[in-house]
Structure formats: C-alpha cells, structure tokens
Design a protein around this ligand. Structure first.
Ligand code: PEP
Ligand code: MN
Length: 269
C-alpha cells in the first residue's frame, strides 16, 4: 500500500472525481466511452460519433495509431486520423479518447486528445508513461495483457509521479488458458482496484471478450460490480470494420446496452 503513493487510498481516501472537458467520471459518475476501434474515414467517424452521442456516450473513442500484432495489418491513419477525430469532436461536442504508441507523437497528442490512452501493450513502456504524465492531461491506462493489478497501479504511479493527476484505470481482460474468449475479463480487478485506489476504474468488454454477443452481458456485470464506466467498440458496419469488427457492436446494440446498464445502476447504486 505504501508504494501506491499517489494512486492509493492512503494518499486520497475519497474517490477521485475528474471533470474532463465538461464530463465527470468517478465517485458515482458513470461514463461511457464509445466509438470504432480505428478511425477509417470522415464519414465513418462522424456518423458513429453522432449515433453514440444520441444513445448516451459521453466520450468518443477511435484509434489513429493502432498497435497491431501483425506488421501487415492496418495500423491506422496516423495524424490524419487525429484530424478526423477533431472533426467528429467539432460536429458532436464529444471529447476524444485516442491511443498514443510513441513518444515521438507527444506534441501532437497534447494538442488533439482530450484523454490520452495508453494501450495494454504499452502499459509498462515506462519512458512513454513518463512523457505522457508530464503533459498533465487525462490518461486512460489499460491493463497489460499479462499484468497484475499491482503492476497496473505501479504504471499509474509512473504517470502520476511525472505530473498527471487524472488517470483512469481500465480492466480490458488478461491472457489465460481459456480460448473461447479473446481474453478473460478479470472483473474482480474492479472491486480490488477500487479498494486500493481512489482512481476511477472502467471496463472494456470489447477487447476482453473479442465477441460482440458478449459485450452486453459483460457490460451489465461491470456496472453491477462497481465500475465507473465502460469503453465499448461501436461500428456502423462491423463486418466491414478495418479492425476488431468481430467484437464491435452496432449502434442499435449499443443503445440497448446503455439502457440496460442504466437499469442495473438505477437498481443498485
Ligand atoms: C484499443 O482500445 O483500441 C486497444 C488496442 O486496446 P488494448 O490496448 O486494450 O488491446
Ligand atoms: Mn480494438
């Protein structure tokens, strides 16, 4: 506990509540981040942004720089993708959440993203954590594929000790022997993290399961166990998505998820 100097409850017993571009998250404020895995075209990102906003999302996600397992897969539109996210933000007012994969892009991200995402693959890229932390902008920190809860909190400490105050933790599934799902959603990490840390904790049921039919039940379970929000991949034509189509829900599925999550929260919190 002593090691969690900035992220731990000892330092800050109350839940942290962050105000990010007019949206609140933490301490009973539930936030839904939604959008495609990757930004593909202006028409795609703007239309998905409009739909998810109308259905209850408070932030827009979209990858412009995609870390891909294979070097031959689509790796995002890069800075052009960031420009398209800015257009979608201007059209809808939704703040944008997008992943940084290199320190070389620090300046660009500092000017475009409302929340800078550190992906699972970079959770222990300590020099990137430090550079992002120095910006003192909100950060969404995803748990590494094979990282423990302690390692996730230590990664948050790296960011916070560099200067950032607003770090959101994200459980996105961990690698286990199970193969029926892309990863295994470790939902017990939510109450464990909430016990140890004052930082908001959100769940990514899309990368955790890899299967759009499982996004709704895992979203409901995440809401029930005390998560402060969700990050969900939504695509208007999931079967044609350039990345992660199998796990992307349609806008109408997303609308139903938000309604049912709200019902769970109304019943329990
Ligand atoms: C993502 O959110 O687009 C992503 C790549 O997720 P993760 O880093 O959790 O795999
Ligand atoms: Mn994805």
């Amino acid at each position: 506990m002593d090691n969690y100097r900035l992220s731990g409850r000892d330092a800050h017993p109350e839940d942290s509540i962050f105000n990010i571009a007019g949206r609140t998250i933490g301490g009973g404020n539930f936030a839904v981040i939604a959008g495609p895995c990757s930004v593909e075209t202006e028409e795609q990102i703007v239309s998905i942004a409009r739909e998810v906003k109308a259905l209850g999302a408070s932030f827009l996600r979209g990858g412009a720089f995609k870390p891909r397992t294979s070097p031959y897969s689509f790796s995002g539109l890069g800075t052009d993708g960031l420009e398209l996210l800015k257009i979608a933000r201007a059209e809808t007012g939704l703040p944008i959440v997008t992943e940084i994969i290199s320190e070389a892009h620090i300046e660009t991200f500092s000017q475009s993203a409302d929340i800078i995402q550190i992906g699972a693959r970079n959770m222990q890229n300590f020099s990137l954590l430090k550079e992002v932390g120095r910006l003192n902008k909100p950060v969404l920190l995803k748990r590494g594929l094979s990282s423990t809860i302690d390692e996730l909190l230590m990664a948050a400490e790296h960011i916070m000790s560099a200067g950032a105050e607003q770090v959101i933790l994200c459980e996105r599934g961990i690698r286990t022997f199970e193969t029926k799902t892309r990863n295994t959603l470790d939902l017990s990490a939510v109450p464990v993290l909430k016990k140890l840390s004052h930082l908001p904790v959100i769940v990514d049921p899309s990368h955790a399961t890899g299967d759009r039919s499982l996004v709704e039940p895992m979203s409901l379970a995440a809401a029930a166990c005390g998560a402060d929000g969700l990050i969900i991949e939504v695509h208007n034509h999931p079967d044609c998505a350039m990345c992660d189509g199998e796990q992307s829900v349609t806008p109408s599925m997303f609308g139903r998820i938000v309604e049912r999550v709200n019902a769970v929260r109304a019943a329990l919190y």
